[in-house]
Design a protein around this ligand. Structure first.
Ligand SMILES: [Zn+2]
Length: 352
């Protein structure tokens, strides 16, 4: 199996994460990528460097004004001159706009040119600081997804994108939940351009709200997400079973929220349900948004999966026999995510 990653994805090194009114050490550490890289090496899977293909593949799912903001905000932040206040070490919002756009509907660019206004408009929470190297890292993480998608287009089989930073909480024009650029959506859109009928299956512990929103009004991309009940867990505002899509997308979004504390059996039942929906839709190819924060000892987990669960998830997804781009999403227990990926790939490859 081909797999992709570049060391430039390690450059993003967030320093601040505001949680429950406290500035904490962020959980999206560069060491996560090292752990996943080591697990691939043990399986004999070499990592190839993605080609730098610029902004074009990102613009297929993100708005140009949002990408302009992400690309330039840090430099502008350093130049900010506000009497009596020195800007912090990273760009973070100090306001939340009172409108965020309807699901599936593109927002207009931020009406104010102010950097403070745009930061509130484009960054939805306090887990997404922009540091000196964030843009380069997130751009290259997206290129990793593009390279995996291109490999799948060429081989018709499967490829793994070691995306870090992750992407599934990133909306068309909004960062959130450690995510800035939606790598899974970019891979899906790239495959869609060839195949015209795509699905994204998100098995991270969190609802893939950004991916849902990007494809919410489309009937040619099915989005399925299994995740912990969002009524008490990020992203809180979306991820409910009644969200089925709008317009041409009506009926092409499926959310499978699970009670907190759900174990292997409950989670795998939801994976089976998602797989049945995928079979019925019959996509030409699949993007799997793969997260390991459902592991019982993950620092932000509310689910109770053990490491064996990932082998079974791999078997079920592999058995769909679809050309598949596996895109890495969350998973924050550095000691566990390597074995989790190894187990997933073991199951996935055995079922092909
Ligand atoms: Zn997650």
């Amino acid at each position: 199996m081909k797999a992709f990653f570049t060391d430039e994805q390690l450059l993003h090194d967030p320093q601040q994460f505001m949680r429950l009114g406290r500035i904490c050490k962020p959980t999206d550490l560069p060491s996560r990528a090292h752990a996943l890289r080591d697990a691939l090496a043990l399986r004999g899977i070499a990592l190839a460097e993605p080609r730098d293909c610029g902004r074009a593949p990102l613009e297929a799912v993100h708005s140009a004004d949002y990408l302009d903001y992400l690309e330039t905000a840090y430099a502008l932040w350093r130049e900010l001159e506000v009497p009596g206040v020195e800007p912090g070490i990273e760009v973070l919002p100090n306001l939340s706009p009172y409108y965020n756009g309807a699901p599936g509907v593109a927002r207009a660019p931020c009406p104010s040119p102010s950097l403070v206004a745009r930061t509130g408009y484009y960054i939805s929470d306090l887990s997404c600081p922009l540091g000196p190297h964030t843009w380069r890292s997130i751009l290259r993480s997206a290129h990793t997804a593009v390279a995996a998608a291109d490999a799948v287009l060429e081989s018709g089989d499967a490829a793994y994108a070691l995306c870090r930073p992750s992407g599934h909480h990133a909306h068309r024009d909004r960062a959130g939940g450690f995510c800035y650029i939606n790598n899974s959506a970019i891979a899906a859109q790239r495959l869609w351009e060839r195949h015209g009928r795509m699905a994204v299956f998100d098995v991270d512990a969190h609802h893939g709200d950004g991916t849902q929103n990007i494809f919410y009004a489309r009937g040619d991309v099915l989005t399925v997400s299994t995740h912990a009940d969002p009524s008490g867990y990020y992203p809180f505002y979306t991820g409910y079973a009644h969200e089925r899509g709008v317009g041409a997308g009506e009926g092409f979004n499926l959310n499978l929220p699970l009670a907190h504390g759900a174990d292997n059996a409950v989670f795998l039942q939801a994976v089976d349900q998602g797989a049945a929906a995928l079979r019925e839709f019959a996509p030409k190819a699949l993007v799997l948004a793969l997260g390991f924060d459902s592991y019982k000892d993950d620092p932000i987990s509310v689910l109770k999966l053990d490491l064996d669960a990932y082998r079974h998830i791999g078997e079920r997804v592999g058995a769909l026999k679809l050309p598949t781009v596996i895109v890495q999403e969350g998973g924050y227990m550095v000691e566990a995510i390597g074995p989790a990926l190894d187990n997933f790939l073991r199951g996935f490859q055995a079922a092909r």
